[in-house]
Design a protein around this ligand. Structure first.
Ligand code: ZN
Ligand code: ZN
Length: 442
């Protein structure tokens, strides 16, 4: 059987399960959960794997679920297809969890539906009789890097080291036997076409900032206080003043939030807390911007005579998509959605922990349409279920065939041409080296 014949069989098997796959995507959309807390979603994934006859390992990096299937046509590389489990808090989103505020405003529900749909199509069509090597179906936690105070508390309790899902899975060795990987992210941007592959994505580091001033009576004795909020405001203004020094080509993004702005209005704020990312296209650019951002935060403390504690946390590495995998995906996309609807996307300024995997193995991170509204916005909606859910399933499954059919010739070609920049040990020690806690007395 040719690769194309095998793909057609797999796609037909996915179409036969279309209702089930769409329902899974919708069920997850209506039950959004925050990163490392995706308990219901992980259970649904595990139950679905089990219905397909797969035995899964669960609880990986808290909530990850992984099921492996070996090809029966020889040995070869191991290819992981991923789906991210988590949602994020977006004010005003109509389908948010009333308790946590979590909402699927980044479309990760479609990733998981696609992952499960790909597994169904490949298993139902008996594709593994024709594949060499191994496929890892992997539902992964916590791509959205938020809820940081809680995650730090988990790290202090020894339950996490890295605060993002894939870095933590890498640390724990759950990717040690994986040679290459991919996922497909939903997009609402019309410029991404029906589907497309980005050249690269920004990386980031993550910071928490605590200004400590002195509380006092806001009416009766403000002169006895040190206003931590004003110190923070000067820090933020200083960051804004630095923006013109960021070079366009470095695509720096610094976007702080205040997570605690004071305790009570008649008290001069004695403590104010902030969080920010510093994103950029290269590690060098991120580290350079990070130095400036630290300086800006210290300026606020200096002006008011406050203290500032700056904690720098490893974030996500910049991502580069593998060119050979991108070419295979493009050819599949032409067959699935028409060549005119495929887009080669340039650099994207968001960050993803697929970047971390791209440091140690070839990866592919295409985007699939079917959503409208603004990513991370309250109006983000999946409007084309066929494309978002079934298109993702077919996109993943098609790549499994391309990489692992014919004795896994495709995967072997990718591994021959792509030499990742770091070993796993180098990656872990680099990320650990970024962690820093600094106290500055202004
Ligand atoms: Zn997102
Ligand atoms: Zn996302």
């Amino acid at each position: 059987m040719t690769k194309n014949e095998l793909k057609q069989r797999v796609y037909q098997a996915i179409d036969k399960r279309s209702e089930e796959i769409v329902n899974l995507g919708e069920q997850i959309r209506k039950n959004p959960e925050l990163g490392f807390k995706e308990v219901k979603t992980a259970r649904l994934v595990e139950e679905t794997f089990s219905r397909l006859g797969l035995s899964a390992k669960s609880g990986l990096a808290m909530t990850g679920v992984r099921a492996d299937v070996a090809g029966r046509a020889g040995t070869g590389p191991t290819f992981a297809v991923l789906g991210e489990l988590d949602a994020l808090v977006v004010t005003g989103h109509p389908v948010a969890d009333p308790q946590t505020g979590a909402a699927h405003a980044c479309g990760h529900n479609a990733q998981v539906a696609g992952l499960l749909g790909a597994a169904m199509g490949l298993l139902d069509s008996k594709a593994f009789d024709h594949l060499a090597g191994r496929v890892v179906f992997f539902a992964v936690p916590a791509e959205e890097y938020g809820d940081i105070e809680w995650r730090i508390s988990q790290a202090r309790a020894g339950k996490l080291e890295f605060l993002g899902g894939k870095p933590e899975l890498l640390r724990l060795g759950h990717f040690d036997d994986v040679d290459l990987s991919m996922m497909i992210h939903t997009t609402s941007r019309t410029e991404d076409g029906k589907t497309g592959v980005p050249a690269s994505n920004n990386g980031c580091i993550v910071k928490t900032i605590k200004y400590v001033g002195r509380a006092s009576h806001a009416g009766g004795a403000p002169h006895q206080g040190i206003n931590a909020l004003y110190a923070a405001q000067i820090g933020l203004a200083a960051i804004n003043a630095l923006r013109e020094t960021f070079r366009d080509e470095d695509t720096i993004r610094v976007h702080p939030i205040i997570t605690h702005g004071g305790s009570q209005v008649n008290v001069i704020p004695g403590e104010v807390r902030l969080e920010t990312y510093v994103r950029g296209r290269t590690v060098e650019a991120i580290l350079d911007a990070n130095k400036k951002v630290d300086r800006a935060f210290k300026a606020g403390a200096l002006a008011l005579g406050a203290k500032v504690e700056i904690e720098t946390l490893p974030g996500y590495m910049p991502m580069t998509c593998d060119a050979t995998m991108a070419k295979m995906y493009r050819e599949n996309a032409a067959a699935l959605v028409g060549a005119d609807n495929f887009r080669q996307i340039g650099h994207r300024t968001g960050s993803t922990d697929m970047g971390d995997l791209s440091m140690v193995m070839p990866v592919l991170h295409p985007y699939m349409g079917g959503a409208t509204g603004s990513g991370h916005g309250a109006d983000y909606m999946i409007v084309d279920q066929q494309l978002a859910y079934l298109g993702t399933a077919k996109g993943l499954a098609g790549m499994v065939v391309d990489l692992l059919a014919d004795g896994a010739g495709g995967a072997k070609e990718v591994l021959k041409t792509n030499k990742p920049p770091m070993t796993r040990e180098q990656y872990l020690s680099f990320q650990r080296g970024l962690a820093k806690r600094e106290v500055y007395e202004g």
